[in-house]
Unconditional design. Structure first.
Length: 137
């Protein structure tokens, strides 16, 4: 199974999750500034909530994706207050004909004084278990 990990992170919270997934699946985590150049079976896509939405960088990355290059996307995200970016990301990807796995990983991320210790060690263990389950199918 060919796997890729792409993420966007302003504060480093989502990068921590991407790095943990990378350790589990054995492929490097790349920022969304790196395009998908080879077909992948699973793309782990990490994003965060900024001003109640996903960042323009993530939107541009999704716009660059081709369904012939990505069989399935699995979302992971962080946010200090709001729910995950799953619904927004799913809508954009499905508009391109790309399958989005119903399973996602989301945890709190630190922002200023909120959730200062997140993602924490347990969150990182949880995302590794999540990724292992996805690729172990």
């Amino acid at each position: 199974m060919k796997v890729a990990i792409c993420y966007y992170s302003k504060t480093g919270n989502t990068r921590k999750l991407a790095t943990a997934i990378s350790k589990t699946v054995g492929v490097p985590a790349e920022t969304v500034s790196h395009p998908i150049e080879e077909p992948v079976d699973v793309l782990f896509l990490g994003s965060s909530v900024y001003a109640a939405g996903i960042d323009q960088e993530v939107k541009r990355f999704i716009a660059s994706l081709d369904k012939s290059m990505v069989s399935r996307v699995v979302c992971f995200s962080t946010a200090a207050l709001l729910p995950s970016t799953y619904k927004q990301v799913k809508q954009l990807l499905e508009g391109k004909g790309i399958i989005v796995d119903e399973r996602e990983f989301h945890c709190r991320g630190s922002f200023k004084l909120l959730h200062r210790d997140r993602p924490n060690e347990q969150d990182l263990k949880d995302v590794q278990s999540f990724a292992s389950n996805i690729i172990g199918e």
